[in-house]
Ligand binder design. Structure first.
Ligand code: G1P
Length: 294
C-alpha cells in the first residue's frame, strides 16, 4: 500500500530558540536559504507524498503563507528577470503535492497533534515527520527508505539511530525484540517497546526515535485513549508502545546524517554542513573553517 499522506506537526512554540521564534515559527528558521519546513516537505515529496497535513496553530500563519502563491513576488521576480530565484519560489511546493492545515489549539503534545489529523488521514497508513530533525542522504531520503521497507509487509516502521547514553533523555528510546540485533547489518528490526525520554540508568537501549514514522491507522484509535504521559503531554511514543502489544512494529536504522535542529548546536551544525554542500558558499565557508582551525 502506498503512503500518500504525511502529518507534519508544527504547532509548538519553539521556546528553545527565543527570541528568534517570538514572531517567526521555528519551522521557518533557515538552514542556508531554505526554511526547515521546506526540507521535510521535500523529503516527504521524494517519498511519494500527495498530501501534507500541517498540524498548526493560528499564531503560526507564516507557515501557511510559505506554501501559498505570492503573485506580487512572482511578478516582481519575472519583471526583473530573476529566473533562478523565480524557480526557487515555484519549487517551494513540490509538483503533485497539496498542503492542508489543521489547527491544534492547545499544546497537548505530539500524540495529540497527530490525532488532530485523524479525519484527514482516514483509514489508511500514514507518515509523520518532525521538522526539528533534518536527515541528509545524497542518494535517498530517510522517508523514502522507510516507505520502501514498509511496502514489503505493510507494518508500522519507525526511524531510529544510536545516540550517546547521556542524550537518551532527549528522545523516545526503543527496545528491540532481539536486543543482540542492535547494530546488525539488517537495518529493520522488530521492536518490543519504546519509552519517552528515559533517564540514562533506566533506558532500554541507546536507539533513539528520530522523528520519522510510518504508522498503521490503528494508532489513531489508540491515541484517542492515550493518557497524559512524560512532560504532562499526550505522547505518540506511548501510543506506539500500545501498538507494539497488538501488531508488529519495526525500528529502521536509516542511511544518512541527522541534524537535531531543535537545539542550538544541531541547528548550527546543519547550517555549516549544508553550507559546505552549497555550491554558492562552500568555498568561502571552508576557508573560514580553516582559518579558525589554525
Ligand atoms: C519528539 C518525540 C521523541 C522523539 C523526538 C525526535 O520529542 O516525542 O520521541 O525522539 O521528537 O526529535 P520532542 O523533541 O518534541 O521533545
Amino acid at each position: 500500500m502506498k503512503i500518500t499522506k504525511y502529518i507534519i506537526p508544527v504547532a509548538g512554540m519553539g521556546t528553545r530558540f527565543l527570541p528568534a521564534t517570538k514572531a517567526i515559527p521555528k519551522e521557518m528558521l533557515p538552514v542556508v536559504d531554505k526554511p526547515l519546513i521546506q526540507y521535510v516537505v521535500d523529503e516527504a515529496a521524494a517519498a511519494g507524498a500527495e498530501e501534507i497535513i500541517l498540524v498548526t496553530h493560528p499564531d503560526k500563519h507564516p507557515l501557511k503563507a510559505h506554501f501559498s502563491k505570492n503573485e506580487k513576488l512572482e511578478e516582481a521576480l519575472e519583471k526583473s528577470g530573476k529566473d533562478a530565484l523565480l524557480q526557487k519560489v515555484y519549487s517551494i511546493l513540490p509538483a503533485g503535492v497539496t498542503v492542508t492545515t489543521v489547527e491544534q489549539m492547545e499544546p497537548l503534545g505530539l500524540g495529540h497533534a497527530v490525532l488532530c489529523a485523524r479525519e484527514i488521514v482516514g483509514d489508511e497508513p500514514f507518515g509523520v515527520i518532525l521538522p526539528d530533525v533534518l536527515i541528509y542522504d545524497d542518494k535517498q531520503g530517510c522517508m523514502e527508505q522507510m516507505v520502501q521497507e514498509f511496502e514489503q509487509q505493510g507494518e508500522s516502521i519507525i526511524g531510529v539511530e544510536e545516540v550517546p547514553l547521556e542524550d537518551v533523555d532527549k528522545y523516545g528510546i526503543v527496545s528491540l525484540a532481539n536486543s543482540e540485533n542492535v547494530g546488525s547489518k539488517n537495518r529493520k528490526q522488530r521492536m518490543s517497546g519504546v519509552v519517552e525520554k528515559p533517564a540514562p540508568e533506566s533506558a532500554p537501549s541507546r536507539l533513539s526515535v528520530v522523528g520519522r514514522y510510518i504508522l498503521t491507522p490503528r494508532v489513531m484509535e489508540i491515541l484517542e485513549n492515550t493518557k497524559i504521559g512524560a512532560g504532562g503531554e499526550i505522547q505518540l511514543t506511548d501510543a506506539i508502545a500500545t501498538l507494539i502489544g497488538e501488531e508488529p512494529v519495526f525500528a529502521y536504522t536509516f542511511k544518512g546524517e541527522s541534524y537535531d535542529c531543535g537545539c542550538k548546536y544541531g541547528y548550527l551544525r546543519a547550517n555549516i554542513e549544508y553550507g559546505l554542500r552549497d555550491l554558492e558558499v562552500s568555498e568561502q565557508l571552508q576557508r573560514l573553517i580553516n582559518l579558525h582551525a589554525n
